[in-house]
Structure formats: C-alpha cells, structure tokens
Design a protein around this ligand. Structure first.
Ligand code: ADP
Ligand code: LRH
Length: 483
C-alpha cells in the first residue's frame, strides 16, 4: 500500500482521544475517531482516576479505528500514576490521581531520609510531591500495597488489558523516580527508599517494541484481529516531544496542555547542583535522548478557573477576547506556587495570592484570565532561559505544541516575553508522536529527524514573532520573582 494506518490512544489529564494516523511517503494525516472527557472521582479513599471508564472509551475508539485496518495500536498517557495488580493479575482498587493529597509532607520525609542531592544524582528527577516514588512511600504499610505483586503505569495497564502482556515502557518509567537515569534501569536502592519491593517493577521495554496482540475478547470487542500493540513513547510528554516539528537542534519546546512542560532535548542528562536547585528534570526520550525540562502549572489554572465558573472550553474564545482587552501586567502570580496544585476554587486562590503580594485582585473575568496567561508566559520565559543556561545551549526558536497552541494570546505573549519566535502546533503533537514511533517500528518512517521533517511538512503550524517591548516583560518578571 502507498500509506499505512496506525491507531494512537492518547489519554491526557483533561481528555482522551483515539486517532488514526496515515503515514506514507511525504504523507502524515490524522483523523480523530473518538474523544472523551477524563474526570477524576472523589471517594472516601481519595481522588481517583476512573480508569475503567477510560478503558471502555479506549475500546469504543479502537472499534472505530479498526475500520482503517491499522497496522498497530499504541497507548500513551499522563505520567507517574499507576495501578497495582494482585498475584492473579486483577487490578487492586482504583488508581489514585496525582493531585490526591495523600502525598502531603511525604516527599519531604523521603528527601530527609535519602538526601535531595543523592536522589537527584540517581534519578535526575525534578522534585514534584506526586512522583511515583513518593506516592509509594505514602502507601507504605497499606493492605493494598501488601497484596500487590505488580505495579503498572497507566499506559502499561491499558496495554496489559489489551494484550495480557506485562511490562514497563522506559520513557514513562523515567518519571517514577525509581529509575537510574544514567543506566536506564530500575534502581533497587531507589525502590528501597520508597519502601517498595523491587519485584513489583516489571521488565522495561523501549519505544517501538512489540507488546503483543489483542486478547480474544478485545479482538471481539474492537474488530482488531492480529493487529500489533506496540510500545510507543508512552509518557505523553515524550510523545509530544517526538511530535515537535523542529528543523534544527537549537530549539526549545513547551508542551502546553494541563501542564506546560518546558525545556530542551539533550543527548545526556544534566544533573548539576544548579540544575537540581532550579528543579529541572531529566526524563527519558526516544533514541536515547533526555528531556531536560521543568513542569509549569500550565493551563490547569485556566481549566480549574472555568470549572469554578461552571463553564467549559467552549467559553474560552469569548473569555480570551476579554483578556486581550484587559490592561497589561495589572496582576501577576507565580503559577508554580504549590497552592495552585490541588483541585478547587482557582479564582479565589488567585485573588488571595494577589492580596498577599500587595496587588489588587483581578476585577473581572477578562482581567483574571489575562493575569493567568501573562504569568504563564513569564514562567515559559524563565524556564526556557533557565534550561538554555543550565545546559549551555543556544535556543533560537520555541515550539509550542498541545492544546495551548490554540491560545493565540499565550503563544504571542510567550514569544514577546522570550524575545524569540514561537512556532505553534501541532495541537495533537502527542498523538503524532505516538503514531510516528509506531510507523518507525513498522519501517514506514526513519529516525527522529525524518519524523520531524514529515510533521513540519504536513501539519498546520503558525509562527508568532515577538513584538513590543521585551523590557516590559523583564520588569514584570522581576516584580513577581520570575526572572
Ligand atoms: P491534556 O493533554 O493535558 O489533557 P490538551 O493538550 O488537550 O491537554 O490541552 C487542553 C487545553 O487546551 C485546554 O485546557 C484549553 O486551555 C486549551 N484549548 C482547547 N481548545 C482551545 C481553544 N479553542 N482556544 C484556546 N485554548 C484551547
Ligand atoms: C503531562 C504529564 C507531565 C507529568 C504530569 C503528571 O500530561 O504527563 O509530563 O509531569 O502529566
């Protein structure tokens, strides 16, 4: 055939989709066959993902994808969260959401026991309170953990349900805090630091490896018979970085959805004391690359604001027009203030932050949205500049991918704040990266450079050149401590 099809399942923290990608010589086209919300559920035991509901939607989507007769299927999702299996392979309870407060104070305790520098030397990971290593430490001594025989990250869990095959894909495993980043292997010492039995951790697999094929009941439910299930870069951010349409090496990226993941692609981890202090992470990418980046609280601030106002994304274009008309730099926040992490009333938290820092709280919805987006642009600026400095690299262009690429204000302000061109798109970079890693495994596309060339040549991109006075952004950054 002139082109071949691949099905990508991409589960984001705010929504999931199943996409069919067609790949051929000079061709890459995407068709979304199913999209569904991803809403957590609060139980007496805490905040959980509805992983069974998600799996049902995955099967529905795959049934539609099957009509395109895909060569293979790949699954990616948000990182760090996991399900536990008992000795028979049954799921033990509902996976916790990384925003569940059961980890409060736990990370600090583990860091006190092990040492922050020692942890960073081993796993190279930024300090986030919900890293899997800290979630496991929080679960120490629970009956559920005692009964567990296998730990599976979310895409590996879906892969297990689809095929019956158990494994841990390495890009996502690198977000757990349990991986020795230099050796690309599980670390017994890190597992011990969490009080976790290393036997829970399955054998690692690389992106592109075959996982298996659909179990009979899955084949019956979806019509996918004999289709391979292939390991992709199953950490959504790793797939998004594959989907960045960069032409040269001197690029920075912002994978901008629920989170803004901002940083660089490097050949090797940077685990200097300065990188640790600036809280940069070294997560693993494809072709042996390192994703040197930092989490920025991202569009979560917008999502939770809309939820508080009982609005959804459909209201965004109207609200963004009002943000554009609001006065500039009236109020600013540090988006990474830990108070913004849990679910809850976001406008109230932003107002409280402003009051505490001697700023007038935003007087209306347009002003509040402007405050959030200018603050995010400043955080993008600080993080890209910080990454370039810490890794001693030049950045000449910033690629902004994910749902945030639809937000013209955020793209323009990121360009203005950085004084660099921003190339926005693809919106579905993650699904593209998922498709392309499958296509490479099937021999339909070559290496990372070739994949990026194909994305650049076929996807809709928009360039934002910096305008206005960068000094205004510098002044704003120093006002709020984001330099
Ligand atoms: P995730 O993968 O983390 O679930 P996405 O990459 O799908 O996130 O991005 C979702 C975000 O994209 C939304 O929170 C919203 O802020 C933004 N977005 C979606 N549609 C639009 C739009 N039409 N205009 C501006 N922003 C949008
Ligand atoms: C983005 C993401 C990010 C992780 C977070 C938990 O969806 O995978 O890279 O830090 O979710």
């Amino acid at each position: 055939p002139e082109h071949r099809s691949f099905a990508a399942v991409d589960l984001g923290a705010s929504s999931g989709r199943v996409v069919v990608g067609r790949v051929g010589a000079g061709e890459l086209s995407l068709g979304e066959v199913h999209r569904f919300g991803n809403e957590p559920v609060r139980l007496p035991s805490g905040l959980h993902w509805n992983v069974l509901g998600l799996y049902r939607e995955v099967l529905r989507g795959l049934r539609r994808a099957a009509e395109a007769r895909p060569v293979s299927v790949g699954v990616d999702s948000w990182a760090v969260d996991y399900g536990l299996l008992d000795g028979t392979g049954a799921l033990l309870g509902d996976p916790h959401h990384y925003r569940d407060p059961r980890t409060d104070g736990v990370a600090e305790q583990v860091v006190r026991e092990v040492g922050a520098a020692e942890l960073y030397a081993a796993n190279g990971l930024q300090f986030l309170p919900f890293n899997t290593i800290f979630q496991l430490a929080a679960a120490r001594g629970t009956p559920r953990l005692a009964a567990a025989r296998t730990l599976l990250l979310i895409p590996d869990l879906i892969g297990y349900w689809l095929t019956g095959s158990i494994g841990a894909e390495v890009t996502n495993a690198s977000t757990t805090g349990l991986l020795d980043v230099a050796r690309r292997s599980w670390s017994g010492e890190l597992a011990a630091a969490a009080g976790c039995d290393p036997a829970l951790l399955p054998a690692l697999r690389e992106p592109g490896e075959r996982i298996g094929e659909p179990l009979p009941e899955v084949a019956a439910a979806t019509g996918l018979e004999g289709t391979a299930v292939t390991a992709v870069a199953s950490h959504d951010t790793a797939s998004a970085v594959v989907g960045v349409p960069a032409a040269a090496a001197d690029f920075g990226y912002v994978s901008c959805g629920t989170w803004s993941l901002a940083g660089l692609e490097l050949a090797a981890p940077v685990r200097t004391e300065a990188a640790r202090r600036a809280n940069f992470t070294n997560e693993l990418g494809v072709e042996g690359s390192t994703r040197f980046l930092r989490n920025i609280m991202g569009l979560w601030l917008v999502q939770e604001t809309l939820r508080t106002w009982e609005l959804d994304t459909a209201a965004l274009p109207g609200l963004l027009a009002r943000a554009a008309a609001a006065p500039p730099f009236a109020a600013l926040v540090d988006p990474d203030d830990p108070r913004f992490l849990p679910p809850g009333d976001m406008p109230a938290r932003i107002a409280a932050y402003c009051a505490e820092t001697g700023q007038a709280p935003p007087p209306d919805r347009g002003a509040l949205l402007r405050c959030v987006l200018e603050s995010l642009a400043l955080a993008h600026r600080r993080t890209i500049r910080g990454a370039a400095r810490l890794a001693d690299r030049d950045v000449r262009v910033v690629h902004l991918v994910g749902g945030g690429a639809r937000n013209e204000l955020l793209c323009q302000w990121t360009a203005d704040a950085l004084g660099l061109p921003v190339v926005a798109g693809p919106v579905e970079a993650t699904a593209i990266g998922n498709v392309l890693v499958q296509a490479r495994a099937a021999g339909a596309v070559g290496d990372l450079a070739e994949m990026r060339g194909l994305t650049a040549a076929t996807q809709e991109l928009r360039r934002y050149d910096p305008v206005g006075d960068e000094r205004a952004w510098t002044a704003a950054a120093s006002r709020i401590g984001l330099e």
